[in-house]
Design a protein around this ligand. Sequence first.
Ligand code: BTN
Length: 249
Amino acid sequence: MENAIYLDEVDSTNSYIKRRLANNDGFADGCAVTARLQTAGRGRLGHDWAANEDMLPLSILFKDPPERENLTARVGLAVCESIESCYDGGTFDAAPVAGIKWANDIIIASRKVCGILCESVFFGDCANVIVGIGVNVSQSADFFETADLPHAASLLMLTGKVPERERLFENIVERVKFRAAMPFAECYGEYKRRVLNLGRQVKIISPIGERVAEAVDVASNGFLVCRDESGVFEVNSGEVSVRGIDGYL
Ligand code: BTN
């Protein structure tokens, strides 16, 4: 694949792109990087992202992408479509159904199979967005138990079979670029259809505390619309984690 870098080992594919940007060495818009092993992956809200060679890490650079505030939602949609399409096309009997725990955790059969970390790096007027995606491809149940991640699972655990790693990487990159170039208005219906929180009671966890509400809609900008006894309000994904009140979803 053009504009793709295949590494053997890296600390974090997001950090790799950050370093390339800091060195100003011509890492271009749309370039992607993956590695066989990521040793110090980073997750949202300052968490670590546990991995072994059975996790597929990848990052893509977008220079000044349109509608930056909902790029992460469009990426989530693209990853769902990609995973499903890798199972279609005659390789396997039936494709799994991928949904989204708002804003962009990818869920199959109530378990998290992929996380997305979008980081912005500003140079003057240019907002570079590094889109980092980690797919749980073929880790065992033991891996998640040891890492204390009861809500996570791999594609192998859930479907008994996995797409070929390089094919999955290239398919995700292509679909993410496709959705990233598309206005959110054109992704909205399909994104909302996949958001699994709607109609559920959720706990919105932010640095200033927790709030319980019902998730009722997705706003036209991608924010989550919630309602509690004080009224209707919108939640932006930035600093917030949304959980079900009785569990993960
Ligand atoms: C989350 O917390 O759910 C987001 C996890 C994102 C992990 C991916 S793996 C590839 C890229 N490099 C990183 O260090 N993190 C992201």
